[in-house]
Design a protein around this ligand. Structure first.
Ligand SMILES: [Zn+2]
Ligand SMILES: [Zn+2]
Length: 271
């Protein structure tokens, strides 16, 4: 469509079409002209506009963004098109504050990594799993009685604190990133195949799950982890640094002990 709008089909690189973090202003202008709406309205939809000061590294790739099934239920109940919420792209956004439920990054029907495709049903767009074709909806149970409700409540507090920290580009943001990197760094042992946070469990037999292994010792492990491991990371951070996630220069005792067990390269980055 954009190629057609541009007229000649030249000069429009496909990469520019999919950047909804900080979209190309020329592209927005084309869309706005074609739809006969104010370009400023499209600009206000971009993630960079909604979450200014936020480092892009904390925003998930579109294909990895989880969804809230209750939000989709609400769309249906109101009789309008279902749509993906911008907050679902935020790496720390794991619980829907409106519905107090964990988001889903796997299809509830086929368990594959979730990719949403939208299809028209009775004149409105409905969300489906692009792999198995199941309609994405919660089972209609009351949220407070679902098994993960207690877990979701425990994740929501640290999630709000991380959200607060990421709004300001200061030392706390650096320390948050450092703390997460250290938790997922390998233990300082020759035979270590486990991340440092394995010590938090205090269970000798605990091994790093296969799905989380790729994240160990990467520079941005949090953003590369599946949703439930991101949730666990937030819970551990809350346990180590307190409910308010205060990343002061002087680390709490337990955190200092835990971090001292990580590979040394990670220790030098604090602050
Ligand atoms: Zn929701
Ligand atoms: Zn599916």
């Amino acid at each position: 469509m954009t190629t057609w709008l541009a007229g000649q089909g030249t000069g429009m690189q496909s990469r520019r079409l999919i950047d909804d973090i900080a979209p190309d202003p020329d592209l927005l202008w084309l869309w706005a002209r074609a739809c006969r709406i104010d370009p400023a309205r499209l600009t206000r939809l971009s993630l960079a506009f909604r979450y200014p000061n936020r480092a892009h590294v904390w925003t998930l790739d579109r294909s990895k963004a989880p969804v809230c099934l209750a939000c989709f239920d609400e769309d249906r109940a109101r009789g309008h098109d279902s749509y993906l919420r911008s907050a679902w792209r935020l790496a720390e956004h794991l619980v829907c504050p409106a519905h107090q439920q964990m988001l889903h990054d796997r299809c509830p029907a086929c368990s594959a990594q979730l990719r949403v495709s939208f299809q028209f049903r009775s004149g409105v767009l409905r969300p489906f799993c692009s792999r198995c074709g199941s309609l994405l909806a919660s089972r209609g149970g009351e949220p407070e009685h679902t098994p993960d409700a207690g877990f979701a409540a425990g994740v929501l507090d640290p999630q709000r604190q991380v959200e607060r920290i990421l709004k300001v580009n200061d030392d706390h943001r650096l320390r948050l990133a450092h703390a997460i990197r250290t938790l997922w760094a390998p233990l300082d042992r020759v035979d270590a195949a486990r991340p440092t946070l394995a010590l938090w469990f205090d269970q000798p037999g605990w091994h790093c799950p296969f799905e989380a292994r790729a994240a160990v010792s990467t520079d941005a492990p949090f953003q590369n982890l599946p949703l439930r491991w991101r949730a666990l990371t937030l819970i551990i951070l809350g346990d180590l640094f307190g409910a308010m996630l205060e990343f002061e220069p002087e680390m709490p005792e337990t955190a200092r002990w835990l971090f001292s067990r990580a590979v040394p390269v990670h220790l030098r980055r604090w602050g």
